[in-house]
Design a protein around this ligand. Structure first.
Ligand code: DGY
Length: 328
């Protein structure tokens, strides 16, 4: 009996061989380049036969691509966010879409705290000044920052990551307020936090931390008007998605000191080109979308993405599916 041909799978971006061992064994894998974005010509030429697509968060999976992939049984995104994927078209075509929630919660929450503390205590500026020879004595008025104790931290989006950030912030003695689409009385009680309307969290927060997915509703949620309503001493932290913040408005707000500073792990555009004005601002700390960048987390993201992909190829339900209605 002829052995069953392994399904063709496109992996858009090269990953370490030991992260994709099982993928290599179970599928015919066509792999894109490291550092690539979207499908290369070579990957595109394989689309018509591909049964599985394993993508990263910057790979657009839209109608045109899906049109050219008539055999596609599953799209598996190695990310929790799926704003790069046209979910409704996938659903219409009967294609389940997988993602990797949970595993990156701790890493992303840790990075949020790292950014918040670094910006609050002006660590990048202090380091740069010291290296530039401006550390001349112990300066009683030099590099003064913001205390966490007694400050109000506002969490926008109290999902897995938002609540993990809140839990980490609590022991610092902050007052916690948050917004969420649905009421969260359990978290209000457990964290002694107050759920407030969006219009209230903005003017009350000393630290405003964004943990919402990118949707039509959250696009430019932080715009000129919002920035104008923040405290002058406030610090904005974005580890969610760049377009949640209107970048031009943020540049103005930081330049003109409408707010004190920002810590951004995500930007719009992304990657942020080296000549971008945000880099010139001392009160803006930028990291290149590294919220989930730990060895443990990234390896596990690859593993969950692979398991979602195998389930789709074998017509089983995906463990982490963003469009479960596809099974109705
Ligand atoms: C995600 O998975 O959506 C994150 O942004 C990756 O760090």
């Amino acid at each position: 009996m002829a052995a069953k041909k392994r399904p063709l799978v496109i992996l858009t971006h090269a990953l370490p061989p030991d992260w994709i061992k099982e993928l290599e064994e179970k599928t015919r894998l066509v792999i894109g380049p490291e550092g690539g974005e979207g499908l290369t010509q070579e990957l595109e030429s394989n689309l018509h036969q591909a049964e599985g697509l394993l993508t990263l968060l910057m790979d657009p999976v839209k109608e045109d691509l899906l049109e050219n992939a008539p055999q596609l049984k599953v799209v598996s995104n190695m990310a929790v966010g799926v704003d790069n994927i046209d979910i409704s078209t996938c659903t219409e075509r009967g294609i389940p879409v997988g993602h990797t929630p949970g595993i990156l919660t701790a890493g992303t929450a840790d990075l949020t705290l790292a950014l918040l503390l670094s910006v609050a205590r002006r660590i990048p500026e202090a380091r740069a000044d010291a290296q530039a020879g401006e550390w001349n004595s112990w300066n009683p008025t030099g590099w003064l920052g913001t205390d966490l104790k007694g400050a109000t931290a506002g969490i926008v989006g109290m999902g897995k990551i938002g609540s993990a950030v809140a839990r980490r912030l609590k022991p610092f003695g902050v007052d916690l307020i948050f917004t969420n689409r649905s009421p969260k009385p359990d978290l209000e009680e457990a964290l002694e936090a107050e759920q407030v309307p969006y219009s209230e969290i903005v003017p009350r927060s000393d630290f405003l931390c964004l943990h919402v997915p990118l949707t039509e509703e959250t696009h430019h949620m932080i715009d000129r008007d919002t920035l104008r309503k923040m405290k002058e001493s406030a610090i904005l932290i974005n580890v969610a998605r760049g377009p949640v913040v209107d970048t031009d408005a943020l540049v103005t707000a930081l330049r003109e000191n409408w707010i004190r500073a920002a810590g951004l792990d995500v930007t719009d555009p992304e990657p942020l080109p080296p000549e971008h004005p945000l880099y010139e601002l001392e009160n803006c700390l930028i990291t290149p979308h590294i919220g989930s960048a730990t060895h443990h987390t990234r390896r596990n993201m690859a593993s969950i993405a692979s398991q979602n992909l195998f389930a789709g190829l074998e017509n089983r339900k995906l463990a982490h599916c963003v469009n479960p209605e596809v099974y109705d």
